[in-house]
Design a protein around this ligand. Structure first.
Ligand SMILES: [Zn+2]
Length: 281
């Protein structure tokens, strides 16, 4: 049991006990009834998510989900049996944790569920922390614009709101995984933003890094290189530090060689950030 859950299970019954005591003290029955109802609803709400996670892990990993991973996620196919089991566990936990909403004609099938969370499973794989993300994934049929319309010129592939949903274009999500080595994967991109935001700041410096000053220095240099057109990263990485980190994460997992060759220091930071070196022997 984690600390937060323990606290919730302590203070909820404490509040109910206080209410019940009030009833006993004043000789009234309604506070006792209210305390009982409150306690039942409170415990059900607090335990809903942990129970959902436990139920998810009790089931075998669906074969259809495994097929989706084998067809689309190179990172997964290169893992040994223990690594695959760990990856699959994280996929199951995230599908259980997240709420999914389909927009328009999108049908929430096995493929979309798995492809939506596979980027998180890649990013979290070596971090030694469980991905516990309470967000909604919104799946739009196609690329969208600022008004969430899929007009002809709509060019947004995905988006993360600071405290809110993660939005994906279905088309971009599938393309991101189908085109395996083009350093462009909206799922990895948006989940890299989530990792960056974990400490509350979209500053391009993810959690679990040791030397923030070094990150500040290298991100500033890399941002300049992109803006001068002298980077292996795409132009969009020059938007700000958060986009630089997210675009670099895409390159790191899909096309690491040129990144290491042309951006050795940035590559070193990413090895630190993800506790993993894709080019290690
Ligand atoms: Zn972005």
């Amino acid at each position: 049991m984690n600390g937060r859950l323990a606290l919730q299970l302590f203070f909820g019954p404490l509040a109910a006990g206080g209410l019940a005591w009030l009833g006993v003290d004043r000789g009234k029955t309604w506070p006792l009834i209210a305390a009982g109802v409150f306690l039942v609803v409170y415990v059900a709400l607090v335990l809903r998510r942990p129970l959902r996670r436990r139920r998810a892990l009790a089931k075998p990993f669906p074969e259809a989900w495994r097929t989706v991973l084998e067809r689309n996620v190179v990172f997964y196919t290169e893992l040994d049996a223990a690594g695959r089991a760990h990856f699959e566990k994280n996929v199951q936990l995230m599908v259980a944790d997240l709420d999914f909403e389909a927009v328009g004609d999108v049908a929430l099938d096995d493929e979309l569920l798995v492809l939506s969370v596979a980027g998180a499973a890649v990013i979290f794989h070596h971090l030694g922390i469980e991905p516990k993300v309470r967000r909604t994934i919104l799946l739009y049929p196609d690329n969208f614009d600022d008004e969430y319309d899929s007009s002809k010129h709509a060019d947004i592939l995905g988006m993360v709101h600071r405290q809110g949903p993660i939005v994906f274009s279905r088309r971009a999500l599938k393309n991101g995984w189908n085109r395996k080595t083009d350093a462009s994967n909206v799922c990895i991109h948006e989940w890299a933003h989530v990792l960056d935001l974990d400490d509350g700041f979209a500053d391009g410096v993810p959690v679990l890094v040791d030397d923030e000053a070094k990150w500040d220095e290298i991100l500033a240099e890399e941002l300049e290189r992109v803006r001068r057109g002298r980077s292996a990263l795409r132009q969009y990485a020059g938007t700000n530090r958060a986009e630089l980190f997210a675009c670099a994460a895409e390159a790191f997992f899909e096309k690491p060689e040129p990144l290491k060759k042309k951006h050795a220091e940035l590559y070193g930071l990413l090895v630190e950030a993800f506790r993993y070196d894709p080019l290690a022997d």
